[in-house]
Design a protein. Structure first.
Length: 669
């Protein structure tokens, strides 16, 4: 027993050291397989001795129950915001003011990139991470301890034998640009709304009530300051940036020492030139006096320190005229206002329109037709309007009002209680039909090659198609009479429609456009139920037993198949010969992988994730998108995300790609 306890303590220390080597120092000392072996041994020992499981164990990063809210946390030392400078000259002025204020001929500064994320504070007591909070209003933040524990670069215990009695560390939680794009790509594939930019994703992830959701997001942290410190003496910013990694705390290694205003201006210009090549979003640089004694002498003004300044880069924005606001109608009947703009270039892309989301958004920003508006395109994402330039108004501007009738069919527009969206409830609305047809024929659904939006417009406007099934009633002669459709194109489209009559059940479900059901959920439903009839009669309770299916999705599926109009649509599709191929039962239900749940993370070299999923499905297993206690295996390719850590925390085996292939090819597989 005593030997087990000693081994547990040794394993925790060793694993903590390897986590720091990997995530903080970027110097891994052992292979992933060796780490997994040590981790598995710790999981086994803690399972045998649950009374010895400690809060700082590497196995305890994920698994806290969802919070009802975030309690307030008062900061011992206020987390102040920074004053801004917007040019090289203003940064040189900052240096001059500091020298005059402090009576110094020259002052040394430390300059760092300004990460675009969410500021937080970590509190360590005797080396143990006990609390984490957001900046909030500077005096009081929100307790997000459980969510911060899921971030791999944050140590649960400081990596020194004699840690400070108390240490408050400040830093920025952010997400790298490529990871942000990957998250949005997965959400787009699942039919989910996209995040506007990396900062919104980082902030939203950190404020999730369920830490398991946060654990799925590839968040990082870079530390840059300390609050109260008891048991550690640091006198300069340079010493701080050297000491934090020794404690196991990550910092941004990209910083510079500046000896005057010219050095500061040069760093500012260099970062502005290099920002596109950085792996994260940055909107400027932060300049701080290096010596802490000079900082104390300089003091603070209002809510900002005198001794630091943020040098902001020129905004990735442009000003143009809002010519009009038109309203589009989506396949679910939601009316979306669209801004029509005088074309303007932002970050090398010409922008002539932008989504305005809903009427409330327009009113909150006080946008008026004819306004000069600020257009932004941060993070290589969809452009949006941040607001009007009210000082440029000449009185000709006019407010926008959502139409009371649908601009497509004239039906009354309604706004359901609790919703921000206005809707057309007419299921035969031409605009809704067009959007539904486009989605039904899209690449992720029936994949009808040659059936684009302009052609769909013609089909609906001419009265040739009024519901999904009408697509399959079209003949070559009718298609050939359409604009820009000769005999060859008509023949090609007719063949594509004929080929689409038989489609996989998952693609068929996705194409129906059921709310909350993206491509991966459609695939999950198809594999679980096996046939359209079975899905049409599935209960809410049964749906909730499926991984990744929550109450909203379950309600949406049940409501869809209970709707009489939707049932008529399905019957019509079957009548015209469309066949959603049933999913055959697993070929090897007697194998040991039958019923197992697999999660894939990282990049596989020998196959795609879809191919890997199909291989486990052929053996009777299931591929799911997130890690839970019901997951049996996590397969980790190159650069695995938080799913691998979540699996280790739950004691779930994490397989390398060779191990996964060996498992598939083993006789018992």
């Amino acid at each position: 027993m005593a030997d087990d306890r000693l081994e547990i303590e040794q394993l925790r220390r060793e694993l903590a050291r390897h986590i720091i080597n990997y995530h903080v120092l970027d110097r891994p000392a052992i292979s992933d397989a060796e780490y997994d072996s040590l981790y598995a041994r710790l999981v086994e020992l803690e399972r045998l001795h649950p009374e010895w499981v400690a809060t700082d164990s590497p196995t305890q990063r994920v698994g806290a129950t969802p919070a009802k809210d975030f309690p307030p946390v008062a900061h011992r030392v206020p987390m102040l915001s920074l004053a801004n400078a917007y040019s090289e000259d203003e940064l040189r002025d900052f240096d001059r003011r500091m020298r005059d204020l402090l009576g110094q001929d020259a002052i040394v500064y430390v300059a760092e990139p300004k990460l675009d994320g969410l500021s937080v504070e970590l509190v360590y007591e005797n080396g143990l991470f006990v609390r984490g909070s957001t900046r909030g209003d500077g005096a009081t933040g929100e307790d997000v301890t459980a969510n911060l524990r899921t971030i791999r670069s944050i140590p649960l215990r400081l990596g020194v034998d004699a840690p400070p009695a108390l240490l408050e560390v400040r830093g920025e939680v952010y997400i790298e640009t490529q990871a942000f794009r990957s998250v949005n790509e997965r959400r787009a594939a699942d039919g989910l709304p996209l995040f506007a930019n990396p900062r919104n994703l980082a902030a939203g992830s950190l404020r999730q009530l369920d830490p398991r959701v946060t654990a799925e997001r590839p968040l990082r942290m870079a530390c840059y300051d300390i609050g109260t410190a008891d048991g550690i003496t640091i006198s300069t910013q340079r010493e701080l940036l050297a000491a934090l990694p020794r404690l196991g705390l990550p910092v941004n290694p990209l910083f510079a020492v500046c000896e005057d205003g010219d050095d500061i201006a040069a760093f500012y210009c260099r970062m502005q030139d290099e920002r596109e090549g950085l792996p994260y979003e940055t909107d400027g640089v932060v300049i701080k006096i290096d010596r802490f004694d000079l900082r104390r002498k300089a003091g603070n003004v209002s809510r900002s320190p005198r001794w630091a300044v943020a040098g902001k880069f020129p905004a990735e924005q442009a000003v143009t005229r809002l010519r009009d606001i038109i309203v589009s109608v989506g396949r679910t009947g939601v009316l979306t206002p669209i801004a029509v703009l005088d074309p303007v270039r932002v970050r090398g892309v010409e922008i002539s329109s932008a989504t305005l989301h809903n009427e409330d958004d327009i009113q909150a920003k006080d946008l008026r037709i004819g306004d000069r508006v600020v257009v932004q395109r941060a993070g290589d994402v969809i452009p949006h309007i941040t607001g009007p330039r009210q000082e440029l108004r000449d009185g000709s501007e006019r407010p926008f009002a959502m139409p009371s009738s649908c601009p497509s069919c004239g039906s009354p527009v309604v706004r359901l209680e609790g919703e921000a969206a206005c809707r057309c409830l007419n299921t035969t609305c031409p605009a809704r039909i067009k959007q539904s047809l486009w989605h039904f024929a899209s690449k992720g659904a029936l994949d009808v090659d040659g059936l684009g939006e302009k052609l769909i417009d013609q089909l609906v406007d001419r009265g040739l198609v009024s519901r999904l099934g009408d697509l399959f009633r079209l003949d070559r002669e009718t298609l050939a009479e359409l604009d820009r459709m000769g005999p060859v194109s008509a023949d090609r489209l007719a063949r594509a429609l004929e080929d689409a009559r038989t489609v996989s059940l998952a693609r068929f479900l996705y194409g129906l456009g059921i709310p909350e059901v993206g491509a991966s959920t459609a695939d999950l439903l198809a594999r679980h139920a096996g046939s359209l009839d079975r899905i049409a009669g599935i209960s809410r309770d049964e749906l909730l037993t499926l991984p990744t299916v929550g109450p909203r999705t379950a309600d949406a599926v049940v409501d869809y198949f209970a709707n009489e109009e939707n049932r008529k649509t399905l019957a019509d599709l079957l009548e015209v010969g469309l066949r959603a191929a049933p999913v055959a039962p697993p070929a090897q239900t007697d194998g040991t992988l039958a019923g197992k749940r697999f999660v894939f993370t990282g990049t596989l070299s020998g196959m795609t994730r879809d191919e890997a999923a199909r291989r486990v499905q052929a053996l009777g297993a299931t591929a799911v998108g997130s890690v839970s206690r019901r997951t049996d295996y996590v397969v980790a390719g190159a650069e695995p995300g938080a799913k691998a850590d979540a699996a280790r925390a739950l004691g779930i085996p994490v397989l390398s790609e060779p191990d996964f292939i060996a498992l598939l090819e083993s006789p018992h597989g």
